[in-house]
Design a protein around this ligand. Structure first.
Ligand SMILES: [Zn+2]
Length: 462
């Protein structure tokens, strides 16, 4: 006796599925069914289709389907509205303190909301369905409000620093305020129940957080079942500061504080030694590699970075776009290529490993491994359709190789997050793209003017 057909909301039929499931199956002429927020059926079309009654059927023969990508480090405020304004050829300190920080602080809450929506739009349109924020600068409530409208999934948090660099500041007051900020955001935006947007303790990192602040962030993360994220060691100044002020290298100091662990995600870690790598591996700390940031910031990732050794040592390596345009597919190609060239070893980071970093590894670091990161029955319906009717995809020969080495986010045709189609035929369904672009253009001029920083274009604009 045949079972009754199963009602589903959407059936994508005939696509090539790159599942990232435990067997890493690539299913030709595959089908995937969505009901509510979940994938409820997936497999060969001829086996799946007869048992389903879809409300909406999509001819998938034109598409490669992948899990939604996870951008594990992205500045959704501070940079999206002023990207390109900061000149090249600045050293790390001048770049951050003379240019970036004044631009960050010149935003109003309404501009941060707009910035977050622009970043969400850019991510969704490039197949990123989930992200870990690098830290909201000014107003987390405005940012969350904007993000909720977009339909993207993310973990966010106010950017927290507490070290009293100014002698006029009282250290205890700053630390107390920072810890209250961290706890308050966890109460306002709890991760329990897996909402699309939830808060994590989000430290600036580097030398800006005291030991007390680090310990408090870790204790809060443990208590609330979330993670902590922070920047560390993109440049040698972090190493120098920690050695001078603690007698230890940065990761050694974090280990001594007891804050390393599998709910800590550290971004950059270009300047680490073998001992720090060992501590990261042993503690299960996740590492976020932002290859474009390293290239633009001249961090030395290809010269001294230990990312291949981190992967070999079992460290969960994720990918982020940092302050650059949040197309994670561009980060994938850089991750796959940079160390091949630097070490003259074509075996380093094959395309399938770069794709794993951008999907499953990201899901794991964000503590969402049981929900997202692969196309599997029971997981959230966070998925991407890449359009094969484009120059970079024809002829289709090896989908994983082409996804990393040929394609980029511009070939993303459709995207679902939590079962909702948020991109359809290259257009975002949740945000008004035209209005957003116009508002972003106007806001950008206002923000840069407010800082009083000079325009330093390389050539005259007439
Ligand atoms: Zn960053």
């Amino acid at each position: 006796m045949q079972a009754d057909p199963q009602h589903v909301d959407t059936l994508i039929s005939g696509a090539l599925l790159i599942t990232l499931d435990p067997q890493r199956r690539i299913i030709k002429d595959g089908a995937i069914a969505i009901r509510g927020d979940r994938i409820v059926a997936l497999g060969k079309r001829e086996q799946i289709e007869p048992g389903l009654l879809p409300r909406h059927r999509i001819d998938g023969r034109r598409f490669v389907a992948t899990p939604g990508l996870v951008n594990a480090h992205v500045h959704i405020t501070g940079e999206p509205l002023t990207r390109g304004f900061v000149p090249e050829a600045l050293d790390f300190d001048e770049n951050i303190f003379r240019w970036q920080v004044p631009l960050y602080q010149a935003h109003t809450p309404a501009e941060e909301r707009l910035s977050a929506q622009l970043a969400a739009l850019q991510m969704l349109r490039c197949g990123v369905t989930c992200f870990l924020e690098a830290g909201t600068i000014i107003d987390l409530d405005a940012v969350v409000d904007g993000l909720r409208e977009s339909g993207i999934r993310g973990r966010v948090g106010q950017w927290v620093q507490d070290r009293a660099f100014d002698p006029a500041d009282r250290q205890a007051t700053l630390t107390d305020r920072a810890v209250r900020t961290l706890e308050s955001e966890l109460l306002r935006y709890p991760a329990a129940g897996n909402p699309l947007i939830a808060a994590w303790p989000n430290l600036i990192g580097h030398s800006t957080n005291t030991d007390e602040c680090w310990r408090a962030a870790k204790a809060l993360a443990d208590a609330y079942g979330v993670g902590v994220t922070a920047h560390m060691s993109p440049a040698v100044i972090d190493t120098e500061w920690f050695l001078a002020n603690t007698g230890r290298r940065p990761v050694e100091h974090l280990d001594a504080l007891g804050v390393l662990g599998d709910n800590l995600c550290l971004t950059h870690l270009v300047h680490i030694d073998a001992g720090e790598l060992e501590l990261l591996a042993r503690s299960g700390t996740h590492v976020i590699h932002c290859p474009q940031a390293a290239l633009q910031g001249a961090y030395g990732a290809t010269a001294i970075g230990r990312f291949p050794e981190m992967a070999a040592g079992g460290i969960n390596l994720m990918l982020g776009t940092d302050g650059s345009v949040p197309d994670l597919m561009r980060a994938m190609v850089l991750a796959a290529g940079l160390f091949k060239d630097a070490r003259r070893d074509p075996a380093i980071f094959p395309a399938h490993e770069a794709l794993t970093m951008a999907t499953l590894n990201g899901a794991r670091g964000l503590l969402l491994e049981d929900q997202i990161g692969s196309l599997e029955v029971g997981k959230k319906a966070d998925l991407v359709l890449h359009d094969l009717d484009r120059p970079e995809w024809r002829p289709l020969v090896n989908a994983v190789s082409q996804l990393v080495w040929s394609a980029d986010g511009r070939g993303v045709h459709s995207v679902w997050v939590d079962g909702r189609r948020v991109v359809d035929n290259y257009r975002c369904t949740t945000l008004d793209e035209g209005a957003l672009y116009a508002a972003a253009q106007a806001a950008s001029s206002r923000i840069t003017a407010r800082t009083g920083l000079p325009e330093r274009a390389c050539w005259p604009s007439i």
